[in-house]
Design a protein around this ligand. Structure first.
Ligand code: SAH
Ligand code: SF4
Ligand code: F3S
Length: 445
């Protein structure tokens, strides 16, 4: 038997890309490839890329340049670009970087083995179609039964119809599509059989999920969560990313009543200024967002809120920015991700009056200082509380295990009897720089 070929995948961007990279590795497994951690001994290098901000896209070109030497030493090495940059500028990549043998968009990577075969024959291979066949189905049939870690992502919804004025996702990922409930359940059960205990349901707008249910009707995300709640062995359910406009009452209620649904919600708002929100085409106001959070907290008072913010969106004034800071003060976030507005060609906001780079930088620093204070306070307030922890791997010190709390904080506990995949009740005793230290109260299976 010939030795397996080696595949090196590097993943950029969001969790959906992480999920996609796993599926691509599985698909290539069917074509005789095993994964490797080092590009030096790979027969194929695949970059799974992100197009969300300018820097993310530029990174791809600089990374590709670094493979020049490898390709010269081994002309047999195949180099591929997948993901959102591939979708947005596939042909340009081929032109700009002759090292690239194949380009595959996020909706067609189930065809990767065929593209690889084409590249092996010496042709350039490009596929950035939005095909009608369900790529997930094709991929599932090829997957093996390998053991998995305790946590996994599961994509249930893809694409976006919202067209925020700054964002490339509707162009790179296409229109909103939801996978049927039966397919999601099948994949969830399979993951649990392989050792997974926590599943994070993924979608660019995951709470707009409307997959076909077993009764032929469209099911909501809340209905899907209740169905997953019945899966024995699945202990925790999370979902990301949500849009404020799709946070329906059933989903809010599930946060109060579904024990497996974790008390953490990523609900990006982008700005606290109604003027800017309107120009962003967000179709919600700061006030409606705050009222929504009140409702969510009424259902689940201890829920930890997380958000995304863009500073320096075109025409953002100091007053608009102050409104954003006020909104952050009002919400009290446990986590938040913040970005300087980045011009994306082809999006409406790219054509408008841009904010000075220095002003953007200053606002980002001020916003991040506020967020850091809040995050810190929320984390410190965990000290003295008892929380659930799902342990994932050994920590840095001997006998130490680390895992995530219900609220997604990293927690480490020193107890040599703990195993990865174990759930435990833990009392938080200390709040460190990036994690909490805990003491075991009770360990379950
Ligand atoms: N679908 C999700 C997330 C999309 S991308 C949502 O609607 O919330 C993740 C984050 O990247 C966004 O929430 C936004 O804060 C940021 N982002 C998107 N486009 C951007 C741009 N052009 N410049 C800066 N940040 C951007
Ligand atoms: Fe982008 Fe807006 Fe869609 Fe989120 S909702 S993916 S920010 S267009
Ligand atoms: Fe980036 Fe595409 Fe995700 S642009 S954030 S990898 S959907």
């Amino acid at each position: 038997m010939s030795e397996a070929k080696k595949l090196y995948i590097k993943t950029y961007g969001c969790q959906m890309n992480v999920y996609d990279s796993e599926r691509m590795a599985e698909a290539m497994g069917g074509a005789g490839y095993v994964e490797t951690d080092s590009p030096e001994d790979a027969d194929m290098i695949l970059l799974n890329t992100c197009h969300i901000r300018e820097k993310a896209a530029e990174k791809v070109y600089s990374e590709l340049g670094r493979f020049k030497g490898l390709k010269e030493a081994r002309p047999d090495l195949k180099i591929g670009v997948a993901g959102c940059v591939a979708q947005a500028e596939g042909e340009e990549i081929m032109r700009r970087q002759p090292l690239v043998d194949l380009v595959v968009g996020p909706q067609s990577y189930h065809r990767l083995p065929e593209l690889e075969a084409k590249a092996r024959d010496g042709a350039k291979a490009l596929d950035t179609e939005f095909p009608l066949d369900d790529k997930f189905d094709t991929l599932r049939k090829r997957g093996g039964k390998a053991k998995r870690g305790p946590t996994a992502f599961l994509t249930v919804q893809e694409g976006c119809d919202k067209f925020c004025a700054f964002c490339v996702v509707p162009y790179t990922r296409g229109a909103e599509v939801s996978r049927p409930v039966a397919r999601v359940l099948e994949e969830a059960r399979d993951l649990v059989e392989r050792g997974v205990r926590e599943i994070t349901l993924l979608g660019q707008n995951v709470n707009a999920y409307h997959g076909q249910g077993p009764d032929g009707r469209d099911w909501s995300l809340a209905q899907l969560i209740w169905e997953l709640d019945k899966v024995d062995g699945l202990e925790r359910i999370r979902f990301t990313t949500s849009h404020p406009n799709d946070m329906d009452d059933d989903l809010i209620e599930a946060h109060g009543t579904c024990a497996k649904l974790m008390p953490y919600l990523h609900l990006p708002v982008q700005s606290g200024s109604d003027r800017i929100l309107k120009r962003m085409n967000r179709s919600h106001t700061a006030e409606s967002y705050l009222r929504l959070i009140e409702k969510i907290r009424a259902a689940r008072p201890d829920i930890l809120m997380s958000g995304d913010f863009i500073v320096g969106f075109p025409e953002e004034t100091e007053q608009d920015f102050q409104d954003t800071l006020d909104l952050i003060e009002a919400v009290n976030y446990g986590y938040a991700y913040s970005f300087k507005y980045s011009t994306r060609p082809g999006t409406p906001a790219a054509e408008r009056d841009q904010v000075d780079e220095a002003v953007k930088t200053d606002r980002l620093h001020r916003l991040q200082a506020l967020i850091t204070r809040q995050q810190r306070a929320v984390q410190d307030a965990m000290v003295g509380r008892e929380v659930g922890v799902l342990f994932e791997k050994p920590g840095r010190l001997p006998g130490q295990m680390v895992g995530k709390s219900d609220y997604l904080h990293a927690v480490h506990v020193s107890d040599s009897n703990l195993q990865p995949g174990q759930l435990a009740r833990v009392e938080i005793v200390e709040s460190g720089a990036n994690s909490l230290a805990g003491r075991l109260v009770t360990a379950t299976a």
